[in-house]
Write a protein that binds this ligand. Structure first.
Ligand code: AMP
Length: 446
């Protein structure tokens, strides 16, 4: 037996299953931090995804699809154990085979794992790959920050070329622009490498340690374990405390400094606006050398619509041969949010091609035949499934913004000729039933 109940929090039904032995309340609301993408929005997603695929094709990136869950160790090793993501945000569980499994919180470690496991390094390098799909992080949900969200990412594995760092900036810029977004800022920094960063880390640690007591609890623990993460703290008090810190740019080794200068030279050459931000750090430990982030100020607290950088140590960290790499990830939810906020509408209105109206009985049978044939010819065809009146069917045709309406009535069946009405002009034509598919297909082309 089953009974419906109204959930006080949002009017959503909570289903109570009642059996002789027990009464169980089942929560049927979607989990916190997740979204239903309804048809009107799904259309927008599809269009953005089509742009993503088009741009990746032009830049020579090929799609890779990896599992949504991986062994937990991949992220512990890849992202770094002292990061917020690994410490607090992973959806980790033990499967029935007693393995620790994690829903992927990001795509790079997964792509690198697949690159090694499938020996893509044996093919021509760099391997230029992209992915689009859901990621999972147990974060505090708010506008633009969800527990399931979608990322589009690009990874170029196997080359040290600074042009690839720049490609990782111009590729998403191309996407943002193709979506109609113009008001965004590029922030860029270099985080150095295992040669020069430890020295900076030490200096920073010492500097932050002098004001240890004034930092938030989180930062106090970061100072000893991962001091660069302190620069990313959103607490205004901590931000003020790091206003006057030694900057990493003054500690880069020659190789990192030269690499960064070349990246900057290319950005200047290509007239890309950017802001040098020596305090920019990222949420993953794997980054080396160049890091970047693109923000949209109108988005408020969650203003990053994408970010990335070089990760020259990750392939080796995950078990491959040492190999440089660079990548970028776009937050697709946030990109769509930015478009909505800025009232940018790149999404064409949807128009059905034909609405086939009928009056039931034999006219319905003829309509069924016509609908199926018209659809097979490639047209978007709607009809009535609810036994509605002709007036209501015309309203439906309007709702679908249908270009034509075909009315199949008793009279039309007798004469073998139907009326085809063009909805924008109101003009009508009499067309033989057996000619209608050809007639409308030609009209659509023309
Ligand atoms: P990250 O993988 O943390 O470098 O993030 C790359 C981009 O993904 C960010 O700039 C955001 O646009 C997006 N993103 C990250 N976390 C979330 C989240 N919890 N909800 C929505 N978008 C996110």
């Amino acid at each position: 037996m089953q009974e419906e109940d109204i959930n006080a929090s949002g009017g959503l039904p909570t289903t109570r299953f009642i059996s002789r032995q027990e009464v169980v309340t089942v929560n049927v609301r979607r989990p916190r931090g997740t979204n239903d993408i309804l048809p009107e929005d799904a259309r927008k997603w599809q269009l953005v995804e089509a742009k993503i695929r088009d741009i990746c094709h032009r830049f020579g990136y090929q799609e890779i699809r990896t599992p949504i869950f991986e062994h937990t160790e991949l992220f512990e090793r890849g992202i770094g154990e002292a990061t917020d993501i690994v410490e607090k945000e992973m959806y980790t569980f033990t499967d029935r085979g007693d393995r620790s499994i994690t829903l992927r919180p990001e795509g790079t470690a997964c792509v690198v794992r697949a690159f090694i496991e499938n020996k893509l390094y044996a093919q021509s390098l760099p391997s230029k790959l992209y992915y689009v799909g859901p990621m999972f992080r147990y974060e505090k949900p708010q506008a633009g920050r969800y527990r399931q969200f979608s990322q589009f990412g690009v990874e170029a594995i196997g080359s040290m070329d600074p042009f690839l760092d720049v490609e990782m900036i111009i590729l998403p810029i191309e996407l943002y622009k193709a979506c109609g977004l113009s008001d965004f800022q590029v922030h860029i920094n270099s985080l150095g490498c295992p040669e020069c960063r430890p020295k900076y880390r030490e200096v920073l640690q010492q500097h932050l340690g002098e004001k240890f007591d004034q930092f938030c609890e989180n930062c106090q623990s970061r100072i000893s374990r991962n001091p660069l993460r302190v620069l990313d703290c959103k607490n205004p008090k901590c931000q003020a405390l790091v206003a006057e810190i030694p900057l990493i740019t003054n500690y880069l080794c020659t190789e990192c400094s030269d690499h960064f200068q070349t990246v900057i030279k290319y950005l200047d050459l290509l007239e890309i606006d950017y802001e040098l931000n020596p305090k920019l750090v990222r949420g993953f430990d794997y980054y080396t050398k160049t890091v970047f982030e693109i923000t949209v100020s109108s988005l408020g607290a969650q203003n990053a619509i994408g970010g990335g950088g070089r990760y020259d140590g990750l392939v080796e960290e995950i078990g491959g041969k040492p190999m440089p790499a660079v990548g970028y990830a776009v937050g697709v939810d946030r990109l769509l949010l930015a478009l909505e906020q800025q009232q940018i509408d790149i999404f064409p209105e949807q128009h059905a091609d034909v609405y086939v109206a009928h009056f039931g009985g034999d006219t319905k049978t003829a309509a069924v035949d016509l609908v199926v044939k018209l659809r097979a010819s490639g047209l978007w065809v709607e009809t009535d499934y609810m036994d509605r009146s002709l007036k209501a069917q015309m309203k439906s045709a309007d709702k679908f913004k249908s270009r034509w309406v075909v009315i199949v009535g008793e009279e039309e069946l007798k004469t073998g000729t139907v009326k085809v009405r063009r909805m924008d002009t109101g003009t009508e034509a009499d067309v033989a039933l057996d000619q209608i598919v050809e007639y409308l297909s030609v009209k659509k082309e023309g």
